[in-house]
Design a protein around this ligand. Structure first.
Ligand SMILES: *Cc1c(COP(=O)(O)O)cnc(C)c1O
Length: 394
């Protein structure tokens, strides 16, 4: 196995010298080239004008579609850039026409924003939402999914990697069920794109959304949506503007023929350029290399945390990713977060309200979430576990 070039990763991440950042599932640290490209575009806007800066950077912005497509094995015409994963997911979900009795099947680990949208749409349309139970490993049960499929299932919408732990849902097996039954399939890949190789052909999804700010290490307020070529012409976005469509006669508009019908004219182009640079940067490392390194670090972190008296690691699933969740007996996770923060160690809190179905079923309210990325080190894991050991002993 080739060794990982940690010096290169850390020197491109200057803040890693000052803080121990285990909050990559919240918002990762931008590598220097990403920060530089973002700031340079803002400066260009200030120097020559916003439209003129756009024109000057048009090749790079165009290249972004190819780069995003390469990252998930799609084609450029299947990519739409939006201002967040939520905006991307909403653009997809709210475009699906539901009628009374339609069933939406989702996962136990579903993200709050998605579930709130299901609740809103089921109230508006008379469709119903149902969560497929987990199997014994804590993953969405393929058997339960298969057994519940009938002609009323309109959509299967699942979260690949939940915000609340190391679980990686079996999205390819879910895709097989969706394809066999001819059911629309939407994947929230917010925590997985940039963390592990993603291949929409293998997944067999119709739509997939992701963010920039997490494992892709892009600026906040960025995201993109994949829409399968064959679906684009059949689906009308819930909202349109003069970028998504052209006003061709007094009473008529024509939508653009590619996935950009889901985009809007106005965007934060500096951040978009940051995202494009971040995608190129991830591709340059190689997604296999990144994923191998993250899995290795997370495995070590879980193993060492488990050895600390009073610490319970809560991650589930057969394959476990870079998100590590745990609690300490008798200690409030929010206090732990504060104490760590005072030592320049960043973690976040997994709240019940973010993944209510899953945390309620497991009887959990809050957990500490420590999420590692490839630029983190063994030494940081040691330091982190020493800090936790001290806090657990109090
Ligand atoms: C963070 C997250 C989102 C939202 O991403 P934004 O870019 O903030 O919109 C959606 N789904 C999951 C599973 C997430 O973890």
């Amino acid at each position: 196995m080739p060794s990982f070039d940690i010096d290169r990763a850390r020197s491109a991440t200057p803040a890693s010298a000052n803080i121990l950042h285990f909050n990559n599932a919240g918002s990762s640290l931008m590598p220097q080239p990403v920060l530089d490209a973002t700031i340079e575009h803002l400066q260009l806007e200030a120097q020559i004008g916003g439209y003129e800066a756009f024109d000057q950077q048009q090749d790079l912005l165009e290249h972004g579609y190819a780069a995003a497509a390469q990252l998930i094995n799609a084609s450029s015409d299947e990519i739409a850039f939006l201002e967040s994963a939520t905006a991307a997911w909403n653009a997809a979900f709210y475009s699906i026409p539901f009628k009374p009795g339609d069933r939406i099947l989702t996962s136990m680990a579903e993200y709050a924003s998605n579930y709130i949208a299901y609740l809103q749409v089921t109230r508006r349309t008379g469709a119903v939402v149902e969560a497929i139970p987990d199997d014994e490993y804590g993953q969405l049960s393929i058997e339960a999914l298969r057994n519940t499929i009938d002609e009323h299932v309109k959509l299967i919408a699942v979260t690949h990697v939940p915000t609340s732990g190391g679980l990686v849902n079996p999205i390819e097996a879910i895709g097989n069920v969706a394809r066999e039954a001819g059911i629309l399939y939407l994947v929230d890949a917010c925590q997985s794109v940039g963390q592990m190789p993603i291949d929409v052909q293998k997944i067999g999804c119709d739509m997939l959304s992701t963010t920039g700010r997490k494992y892709l290490r892009a600026p906040r307020g960025t995201g993109f949506l994949y829409v399968r070529q064959g679906l684009i012409e059949q689906i009308e976005p819930a909202t349109l503007d003069m970028h998504a469509a052209t006003w061709v006669a007094r009473d008529r508009y024509e939508m653009v023929s590619n996935a950009r019908r889901f985009e809007a004219f106005e965007a934060n182009y500096a951040s978009r350029i940051g995202l494009v640079t971040a995608i190129d940067y991830a591709l340059d490392w190689g997604m296999d290399t990144i994923w191998r390194r993250i899995k290795e670090l997370a495995y070590r972190l879980r193993t060492r945390l488990t050895a600390i008296p009073g610490v319970i690691v809560h991650d589930r699933g057969i394959t476990q990713c870079g998100i590590v969740t745990f609690t300490i007996d008798g200690v409030d996770p929010v206090d732990i977060q504060k104490q760590l923060n005072a030592q320049r160690i960043n973690v976040s809190i997994a709240q019940r309200s973010s993944t209510r179905l899953d945390l309620e079923a497991r009887g959990l309210t809050t957990m500490i979430r420590a999420s590692v990325h490839y630029y983190n080190t063994d030494e940081e894991i040691t330091r982190f576990c020493q800090a936790i050991d001290k806090l657990a002993a109090i």
